[in-house]
Each structure stands twice: as C-alpha cells, then as structure tokens.
Ligand binder design. Sequence first.
Ligand code: GLN
Length: 477
Amino acid sequence: MFGFNSIKDYQKNLLNGQTTCVEAVSFYLASIRENAHLNAFLETYADEALQRAAALDELQKSGQPTGKLHGVVVGLKDIICYKGHELSASSKILQGFISIYNATVTERLLQEGAIIIGRQNCDEFAMGSSNENSAFGNVLNAKDNSRVPGGSSGGSAVSVQAGLCMISLGSDTGGSVRQPADFCGIVGLKPTYGRISRYGLIAYASSFDQIGIFGKTIDDVALILEVIAGADDFDSTALTSKVPEYSLNLDDSGRKYKIAYFKEALEHPGLDKEIAKSLREFIRKLTDDGHTVEPVDFELLEYVVPAYYVLTTAEASSNLSRFDGIKYGYATKKPVTSLTDFYKQTRSEGFGKEVKRRIMLGTFVLSAGYYDAYFTKAQQVRTILVERTNIIFRQYDAIISPTVPAPAFKFGEKSNDPIEMFLADIYTVFANLTGIPAISIPLFTHQSGMNFGIQVMVSREDEKTLLQLSKRFVKGS
Ligand code: GLN
C-alpha cells in the first residue's frame, strides 16, 4: 500500500523501484474519491495526471535526468491558472472560464516534474476564514466534520491533512494559508510579499496577495519554495534577488535565537486560554533551551484588523470590477434594458454575499467624501507598522505568536457575524500588512481534539532563517 512521509522518502522509493508515480497518482485519486464528502476538490484531472505519471516513470526508467519535483502530486487552489483547465475562484461568476495560460508557479512546478492532480475548493475569491463562502459548498475539516477547515484555502489544507495529495498551493492575503494550516494540523507558509510571482493568481488585494505552500513537513515546503520562488518578467512586483537553495542546510547546528513576542497578543482577551497556556509553556521551554525570548510592546495590535479590511476591500473593489459578464464566465439570462442594467444583474446573480459585502465596503472607503478618513488613514497605519517591524527585526531574529486565537470552530458559529469572523484574523494579517514571511507550524492538540500551531515571522526575505527555526521547533529543541 502506498504511503507518504516526505518528498525525499518518496523519491528514494521511486528510485529503488518500491513505488511508481502511477501508483502514487492512483492512490491519491482513490483517496479523493473515498473522501468526496470533504468537498476538498472541485475537479480532478485523473486521466492526464495518470498519463503524466506514466511518462515520468518512463523517463526515470530510461535513466534520463529528472526534475527536483519528479512525481510530486500537487493540488492547486481554484484561484491559480492551469492552462486549458477550468478556473472559478469558487464563484459562480467565472462559470465555464478556462485558463488560457499557466500561472508562473504552475509552469515552474511542471518544469520540475510535478503532477497536478486537480483544483481545490476555497472561499469565493479567497474572501473568508472558514470556507463557508464557496459557491460550491463547504469544505469539511477531516479531523471533525462538524468543524470548519479554515479559509480561504480550506480545500488545499484539507487535501494535505487527509492525504489527498502531497502538497497544495494556496494564496494568503491575510492568513488564508496559515490559518487553515493551523486548523488542519499541517505546515502552511506565506513567503515575503513578492517572493513568489503572482502571475496567474486571481487578484483579491494585489499589495497583500502572496502564493503560499501547504505540506506535511518543513523540508517539503522548503523544496517547493525553492522551485516556485524568484524573479518573473510577468510580475513586476516579484523580487529579483537570488533564490537561496531553501531545501539545503536546514539544520542550523544549534544556533541560539533572539525571539520576540507581542505582549498584547498573548494577553488578548479573545485568545483561547489553552492556546495562551501552550504558548507560555513553549516560551519557557525556548528560554530553558538557551534562546532569548522577550516581550515587546505592540500597542498597534488593535489597528491591524481594521487597517487590513479597509485596504483589502478597497483593492478588491477595483480588482473585481473586471467581472462584468462580458469578458469572462457568467452572464445573466434575464432581459435587461441597458448595459449598466446587464452589469448590475450579472454581478448581483454571480457574486456571493461576502464578495458583495467587500466590494461595497471597498467602494465606500474609496469614495470621495471618505477617502482620507478611511483609505489614507489605513495606509498611514500600514506605514507605521512597517517602520515598527523594521525596528523589531534590528533586535530580534523572529517574532512568535499564536496563528489563530481559537481552534477550528463549528460550521455556522461565526457566519452570521462578519465582525467576529474578521477579528479572528488578528494574528495573521500583520505579516501581510508588512510583507514579511510567516509560517504556521502544527505543534499542539487542543482539548477539543483539534490541532493548533504557532506562527513564526521573520524579516523580509529571510525565509531561510524561518525554515531553519521552524525545523528546530518541530524537533522540539
Ligand atoms: N480571512 C481573511 C479574509 O477573509 C484572509 C483571506 C486571505 O488570506 N485570502 O480576508
């Protein structure tokens, strides 16, 4: 029976002849079928994935060089372009839309021998924290089907959690990789803004969006990052600095770190008591192990969620204006009296509730009378956050915090109260506002039976330290 621990082990088994790419793909296709109730995949590419697997097996047999991701079975959030395949952002408005090009990440995965097995359910246009906003139904947390998997990349997280593929790519604008990774007990990495090209990623809030990686181990995530990161002529915001070989030398040989945590984050009244206790114990253990761990004052914490929701909705209202029923996907069938009426009707029918809420909020904060009060103010908050963060990283190697204030909640628990849902993003949006890399590592189990992790953040472009430190945390020393 096929089993998966890490990409390295799997590729060793491929070389030894203990397994084949075809066996791996067949295994995952069967798992996806058996777990159809989780609703993690919107579509699988069974025939082509099997064909590609057979071709990769042949390539290896013939002794020709294979790519770094030879045979790695990957799922893509339904927001990343894969040429010739449907793409919907889990929205009705993109119905029937087929990608006409590959996202840069897709291209790079394929070049290194990965196999794309299907596209994964998510919150509509990546807006949400529970996957309750998909036009194609909820995704269930595999550990407890009455609980949410997190969002917006819920399908991608559950796919790794439940063993439906080896790796998933999602997107993280305010936590959509780290939060579902936390709820599903897996690793979720959001790199530095611009580290991975956004070409071929459907935009939500362009100055925040970053593609992220879900995996079972730090090493796997590091290897994927190494392949997909780097400069790209198609995305002028992609960083042009050299991509380190993230997968090499992840052992830091016992380095002692200087780590900060935000006092206000740990003392926050909304933080679950058990999560707070676990984090305190973790900090004590780090100190015992010889690291320096210190509280820093962060009185700005209460501003991060409002600033995030003002700025992202503003950007979203502009980005989503392209979905007008003419260029892509869905168009109303109802009789209309004018072009404006056609747009209105199509958008009213095509977008879901949360997306409409955000377009309206974004339009409001950008409107002439309110621009300075909301948009400009939030930009100022963002600037102050960046300055403050730079100062912290002059003194510390990393900042740690909870990833989410509470473990995976039950379906319906927060869906009637958008503010409550937004506030749960308190620990994750900071890294997107400042552009720094952040990861969620699964370290703990809550008395509710659900997993939760801790979040580690480092300064811009320092993913290597982030991965090394995370590996130390996973090893427990
Ligand atoms: N939960 C956040 C939101 O709804 C994060 C979304 C994301 O990162 N795509 O905006």
